[in-house]
Design a protein around this ligand. Structure first.
Ligand code: GLV
Ligand code: MG
Length: 324
């Protein structure tokens, strides 16, 4: 390991994260009763400009009055380039800061953006005498945010997670798509003609590089990488395929923009019984190898070594966190 220690952010189950518009209080109770790990009450893009002030009031009331159980509660504030943002922070943290676990900062572009919100939240928490510190979730969803992702990830002790906001990221990079997440038929490779002249198209994952870059920045700073929205809530298979791709790259969770996506995210982001069994088998085999003075052995015809222990521990620890 490097001499540079990586301090892990506050541990929190974050397999699924439900987006709930602050302007739709009729949805709050159902969200509170769902199986989701984290809920973010939205003041940003799901709320029209004329509804921002009322949405803020709805969120403050709901945080104080609804029984959200053990769920982690977040509020997505408006961007730092809007005149709504300061009042989002002041009103919500002053009036409902004790039940609030996280603030989600959209379109974060630089480390200074994080500093600015940190400064405001710190003043309010200190003035109110809150004991608990509110954490930050950052949506990486602009070209600027992606360019500065490492600096953003390391910008505050409040940072807990980075989220890939695929819709705004597509807009910011001027990607030629109008869908939210998923794949695109034009991002593909065409195989060379076979002997009979036939060719095949293989669709690629146009978000791979962005997501993988964000995962590295998150992990290098002890944060959770979380995959963002998948807009077609009538396509559970497409959602699961996207979630599995994210999980395989290292993401711990995925957004649900519809309640039907919660169970899909929880399923994909929980290690399967077979994966946990295999991980436990690796740990047992390596413990035996170590006792016999060996550093690497073969298990079921494959090499395993000390790196396998670290991989297996990730899965076993995640299974324990879910069971707790
Ligand atoms: C989320 O905010 C997104 O833009 O995808
Ligand atoms: Mg967005």
């Amino acid at each position: 390991m490097s001499f540079h220690p990586i301090e892990q952010a506050q541990a929190r189950l974050n397999r699924s994260e439900l987006a709930v518009p602050g302007s739709q209080p009729n949805m709050f109770q159902k969200a509170a009763e769902s199986d989701v790990d984290v809920i973010f009450l939205d003041l940003e893009d799901a709320v029209a400009p004329d509804e921002k002030a009322q949405a803020r009031k709805n969120i403050i009331k709901a945080l104080n009055e609804i029984d959200w159980g053990k769920k982690s509660m977040s509020v997505r504030i408006n961007g730092l380039d809007t005149h709504y943002m300061y009042r989002d922070v002041v009103d919500v943290v002053e009036q409902a800061g004790e039940r609030l676990d996280l603030i989600m900062i959209p379109k974060v572009g630089t480390a200074a953006d994080v500093y600015a919100v940190d400064m405001m939240v710190t003043q309010i928490e200190d003035a109110k005498g809150y004991k608990k510190r509110i954490g930050f979730e950052h949506i990486i969803e602009t070209a600027l945010g992606m360019q500065n992702v490492a600096a953003i990830a390391g910008a505050s002790k409040r940072n807990e997670s980075l989220h890939f906001g695929v819709a705004d990221y597509a807009a910011s990079t001027r990607a030629r798509t109008t869908v939210i997440g998923g794949v695109n038929e034009h991002y593909s490779v065409l195989t060379d003609p076979a002997a009979d002249g036939s060719r095949q198209i293989h669709w690629g994952d146009m978000w791979h590089h962005a997501l993988a870059t964000m995962v590295v920045a998150a992990r290098a700073n002890g944060l959770r990488p979380i995959d963002g929205p998948f807009g077609n809530f009538q396509d559970p298979d497409g959602y699961k395929a996207a979630a599995y791709r994210a999980a395989v790259l290292g993401c711990e969770g995925k957004w649900a923009i519809h309640p039907s996506q919660i169970a899909l995210a929880n399923e994909v982001m929980s290690p399967s019984a077979a994966e946990v069994e295999r991980a436990e088998k690796i740990l047992k085999a390596m413990a035996e190898a170590e006792a016999a003075g060996k550093g690497a052995v073969s298990l079921d015809g494959r090499l395993i070594d000390y790196a396998s222990i670290r991989q297996a521990e990730v899965l076993v620890q995640k299974a324990r966190q879910i069971a707790a």
